[in-house]
Write a protein that binds this ligand. Structure first.
Ligand code: SAM
Length: 234
């Protein structure tokens, strides 16, 4: 399966949104600074999601090369580095990459974390043992999200962790209210997916033939709702 033209168009919209429109709000949401009640539920949900995905990865990642695909301000990359991984964090937003670089905690100063601005699908990033794409494929059409997983899969040895927005009436209502993302009226649309159908499509995708579905779990926390999926080689 190949990416459609919509992928590049959507990536441009996403870049404009995270790089400029919602930069300050996203910077704040991903920091310890106080946020409003609704954003606090989103922050708590995102923390839970990060914890869930980390729980599916080996505790000891020494010797492993890991891609944080759509790393944003870098929180996941730092956790991976704490486990000893060699981490590449890539994001299409140059401003978020600048923030990630500036936030490197002192306890991982000497660890190999490299932040790069660009497309997570750029083959020049090389090969990986693990790929994590937390909430970074949720804005793409399902077809393109699966094609992206297949492209990442071709460069990954062990495991791919990702998240999708589940198609539920509650999430649809939240999208209508427009509070799921900062400056919701200008945010790129989230593409909700029927999780079972998506799982069937992943299993049927020839380019993902070497992969099987691992654990999956939904995280719901106020205005945050996201469904984690894992793909395991073999
Ligand atoms: C909702 S944020 C999540 C950021 C980070 N994964 C986290 O959980 O904090 C989605 C991120 O994915 C990035 N992104 C989306 N499509 C991308 C692409 N094709 N290549 C690189 N980054 C991408 C966006 O710029 C944005 O920073």
């Amino acid at each position: 399966m190949m990416l459609t033209e919509a992928f590049a168009e959507r990536r441009c919209t996403i870049e404009a949104y995270f790089d400029r429109t919602a930069l300050e709000a996203w910077k704040r949401l991903t920091s310890d600074a106080p946020v409003g009640r609704i954003r606090a539920t989103v922050r708590a949900g995102r923390d839970r999601m990060r914890g869930l995905l980390l729980g599916w990865l080996p505790v000891d990642l020494r010797g492993a090369r890991v891609l944080d695909a759509g790393c944003g301000t870098g929180s996941f990359s730092f956790e991976l580095a704490r486990r000893g991984a060699e981490v590449i964090g890539v994001d299409v937003s140059a401003s978020l990459i600048d923030i990630a670089r500036s936030r490197r905690p002192s306890d991982i100063a000497a660890r190999p974390v490299e932040f790069r601005c660009g497309d997570m699908l750029d083959p020049s990033l090389g090969r990986f043992d693990f790929v994590v794409a937390m909430d970074s494929l949720i804005h793409y059409e399902t077809r393109d999200a699966i094609a992206a997983l297949a492209l990442l899969g071709a460069r990954t040895e062990s495991q791919i962790l990702t998240t999708v927005a589940p198609r539920t009436p509650i999430l649809a209502a939240m999208h209508t209210i427009g509070r799921v993302f900062p400056r919701g009226n200008r945010a790129p649309a989230i593409v909700p997916a029927d999780i079972r159908k998506l799982q069937r499509r992943i299993q049927a995708e020839p380019a993902l033939a070497g992969w099987r579905l691992g654990p999956n779990e939904r995280v719901m926390s106020g205005f945050y709702m996201s469904h984690a999926l894992s793909l395991v080689r073999g």
